[in-house]
Structures are given as C-alpha cells and as structure tokens.
Design a protein around this ligand. Structure first.
Ligand code: SF4
Ligand code: MG
Length: 309
C-alpha cells in the first residue's frame, strides 16, 4: 500500500521548501500488513528519500503517494519514523520521560497521571526501567538511546514504522538486541515496518521482502529468502558476494567496483552498466523495465538464471 508509480521530484518540507533533492523513478511497492519490507542500496540510491516520503517529511512534487488498506481506508496511515542516529534524534536537554511524553501530549492527552502511566508502560516495553525516565539521554548507551527512540515512536500507537538504518550506528552485539526487540514489538502490536539499510546482511534476518535500489530506482524485489538463494540482478548478486563470510573471515571478499555515479547525471540505458560485469551493448542504450514474474521483480536485460542444483 505504498505507491508512487510516477517519477518523483522530491522537495523537503520545512525551512528550505524549494530545495529539490532528487528524483526517485517509478518506485511502487506493496507492503503486506504486519510484515517487514526492506529497502537496500548504497548511499545516494534514493532509499532515505523513499523513507522520508513515506512518513511525509518530504512531499512529492510530481507523482503521487498512496496508502491503502489502512484503518481509515484511503486515509493516512499512522506512521512514525526511527532514525539512524539515536544521539542526534533525542533532545539532550530533555528528560527521557518528557521526550516520550511529547507525542502523547500531541495526541491530546493532557492529564499528567495518564501520561506518566503511559510513559512507564512504554519504558517497560522497550526494556528500560521506570527510573530511567528521570535521566537525560547522555546517561545512556547507543543501544539504550535507540530503545528510547523506539518508545517515543510507539507512543502514538503507529501502524507503520519507517526505520532508517536503525542499527547502523550501534555495535554489532547491540544491533542484534535492537533487531530482536523490534521483532517482538512488531508481533505484539501487529506493526508493519519499512526498513532502510545499506547493508543486505542486516536486513536478511529482519525482513520478509527486499527491494534493492540503485540510483533512484528499484532494480530487484523479491521475498527475502528467494532474493538470497537466487538473486536475478547482477547488482544484487554483487551485494550478496560482498557480505563478509563469518565462517571464513580472512577470505578475500569481493569488492564492488567503481563509485556510485551522481543521480543528477545518471548513466544512459541501464544505470548500472558502468559497474556491471555482464553489461552488453544494449545495456548502454536501453533502460531495462522492471518486469514482474512469479511475485518477483527485476530490471535487467539479462537476468541471472538460478544455478542448477
Ligand atoms: Fe547489467 Fe545489462 Fe542487466 Fe544492466 S541490464 S544489470 S548492465 S546486464
Ligand atoms: Mg541515508
């Protein structure tokens, strides 16, 4: 129920309303309720733009954004966002209880006792102590701060959480704890997640569906296990091959060749052609369409075939 089937030019709301950020082309996908949809790509591919569009921080200047199947059909979903950097996204001058209480007040709840009770509930939900509400953000570790961000996001009882690199600022061991917490909360409240990451390995165990983006467009989309077992786009294949092998950490990893070209001046034809090991002549001239087959989508003139067992 997230659809933007026209090319978008994106404008940021707020202080610089006229600044045009980037085009995101023909991006459209459906996220089943209660599932996790991951968007993966290198920086500059447009994934954060999609996230901000989804929560309404940006407004599309061209094209449309539709939610359907929500509680109020055709209406706006209750969407919240969790940001990458829990250091930057929490006001250092506020006590944790006030940080979490702010969105509750915005819901129109005014009674101090009711707010206090809800704040305590939320702290418990994310594994923090009641007394933690009295402290300031600097008293907490990165992982605990991300717990505070999650509590704040849940305060408005959202249906849809957009998480932009929610664990990439954290240590690996803490990442797993936060991902597990998010999974628990998802089950408990039947939440739908959009998970934005540059790291395919991080979303492997945390998502049901993955869309791989490259320079403003989706190049492949599939159920997570299918994507890993049988990647069809050469870019997806390369992303999987660059994931470190935990069993053989010293093995030489493949590197993805070349820089991501500027989205303002994208390559002709298939935007991936300058970096693609399989590129043919036609790839430089003709942009491949995103074709759908058996519930998967791929944009490539020469999609990879499944390895024969
Ligand atoms: Fe590579 Fe051509 Fe496929 Fe693009 S269309 S990914 S250049 S093979
Ligand atoms: Mg980003």
């Amino acid at each position: 129920w997230f659809d933007a089937s026209e090319p978008w030019l994106v404008r940021m709301l707020g202080r610089k309303p006229k600044r045009t950020l980037k085009a995101v082309d023909g991006v459209s996908f459906a996220v089943p309720r209660g599932s996790t949809f991951a968007i993966v790509g290198e920086s500059g591919c447009g994934k954060s733009t999609i996230a901000r569009l989804a929560v309404g921080l940006y407004t599309p200047t061209n094209g449309s954004l539709t939610y359907s199947g929500g509680a109020g059909s055709g209406g706006r979903m209750r969407v919240q966002m969790i940001f990458q950097d829990p250091y930057a996204s929490l006001n250092p001058r506020w006590r944790v209880k006030d940080i979490i209480a702010e969105p509750i007040r915005e819901l129109g709840i005014r009674k101090g006792a009711a707010i206090g009770k809800r704040v305590d509930e939320l702290l418990g939900l994310v594994g923090l102590m009641r007394g933690d509400g009295e402290k300031y953000p600097h008293a907490f570790s990165g992982g605990q701060r991300q717990r505070i961000s999650i509590a704040r996001a849940l305060a408005t009882e959202p249906e849809f959480l957009v998480c932009d690199e929610p664990t990439s600022a954290l240590d690996v061991s803490v990442q797993a704890q936060i991902l597990n917490l998010m999974k628990e909360i998802q089950g408990q409240f039947h939440l739908t997640y959009m998970f934005i990451s540059h790291n395919l390995a991080v979303v492997r165990h945390a998502s049901d569906h993955i869309a791989v983006m490259y320079l403003g467009g989706i190049v492949e989309q599939a159920p997570t296990e299918q994507l890993f077992r049988n990647p069809r786009h050469p870019y997806t294949r390369l992303l999987i091959d660059t994931i470190p092998d935990l069993e053989a950490p010293n093995r030489q990893r493949k590197q993805l060749a070349g820089e991501v070209p500027s989205p303002l001046d994208p390559p002709s034809g298939c935007r991936f052609h300058p970096r693609c090991p399989q590129a043919q002549d036609i790839c430089k001239r003709v942009a491949p369409a995103l074709e759908e087959q058996n519930g998967r989508r791929v944009a490539c003139h020469f999609p990879l075939q499944p390895a024969t067992p």
